[in-house]
Write a protein that binds this ligand. Structure first.
Ligand SMILES: [Zn+2]
Ligand SMILES: [Zn+2]
Length: 279
């Protein structure tokens, strides 16, 4: 399914070694769009959102007419219709496509800012738009006594940069620590909410997300950096071990849910108005 997609991605990365006679960094230097001596149309590689059979559904290009500001141009077409499985595959493909589109939004912003400042054009590099906050500039490490049943001895573990755990429990364990219990974790991110439970009302965190990695586990999903989301803090109900793509899909489903909540809100406003009118 990704052969065409990979081809367009490869082409866009190679775009930085562009053959553009004017040295426009993203331009592929297509001779046809540079033939007119009065007007050069600089185009980046066409990037496409593809169906599983490779048919492009939606395409875009970064484009610049002569010395005008660079822009993103988008075109679309899709026939025949898709069944449920094909739509699911397309939804996954859209996540990949959106990442490229977001990176190119940044490219256009960077090129425009460089023009305004009269600077050298920035190189064409795909960068994710999101900003990652790293906890510690220096890698940290700690030493544990390994459980006898796990081979015993001393083990020095180096934390990834995002880990904010002090690993106190691992270091203090009287009988030593199992290697598979070492769990690197970033700070949790929760949404505070008033929650009623019977007659008791208290504030708690919901949808608590945490980046983690368990380097010696036998679970391949937990071995690599992943995000867990606890539905309500302390209730031990989780959406487990999401990688970047699964977590992006999780976030998108929440964003979709927010739109449905707005629909419920509109119903509420209507219901209140009718209730007032009938009093
Ligand atoms: Zn060009
Ligand atoms: Zn750690």
């Amino acid at each position: 399914m990704t052969s065409l997609a990979q081809a367009t991605d490869t082409a866009s990365r190679n775009g930085r070694l562009s053959a553009c006679p004017d040295g426009v960094p993203f331009c592929t230097g297509d001779p046809e769009t540079h033939a007119d001596p009065r007007e050069h149309i600089h185009r980046g590689p066409e990037r496409s959102l593809n169906r599983a059979d490779g048919t492009p559904v939606l395409t875009y290009q970064v484009e610049q007419w002569d010395d005008d500001a660079p822009e993103v141009t988008i075109g679309d077409a899709d026939k025949p219709g898709l069944d449920s499985a094909a739509v699911t595959a397309l939804a996954d493909e859209m996540i990949r496509f959106a990442a490229g589109l977001r990176a190119d939004a940044q490219l256009v912003a960077d090129l425009s800012a460089a023009r305004d400042a009269g600077d050298e054009a920035v190189p064409y590099i795909l960068t994710p738009g999101a900003v990652a906050v790293l906890a510690e500039p220096e890698p940290r490490s700690f030493t544990i006594n390994v459980q006898e049943r796990d081979g015993g001895g001393i083990h020095t573990e180096r934390c990834p940069r995002w880990c904010t755990s002090d690993h106190q429990a691992d270091r203090d364990s009287e009988h030593g620590t199992f290697l598979c219990d070492i769990w690197h974790q970033a700070d949790e991110v929760g949404l505070p909410m008033r929650i009623s439970e019977g007659l008791d009302t208290h504030e708690d965190q919901v949808l608590v997300a945490r980046l983690g990695a368990i380097p010696y586990t036998s679970n391949p999903k937990a071995l690599v950096p992943h995000v867990n989301v606890e539905l309500v803090a302390g209730t031990d109900m989780w959406v487990d071990e999401m990688g970047p793509q699964a977590f992006a899909a999780f976030i998108d489903s929440l964003a979709g849910h927010v739109e449905r909540l707005r629909g419920v809100h509109a119903q509420l406003v209507q219901a209140c108005a009718e209730w007032e009118a009938e009093r």
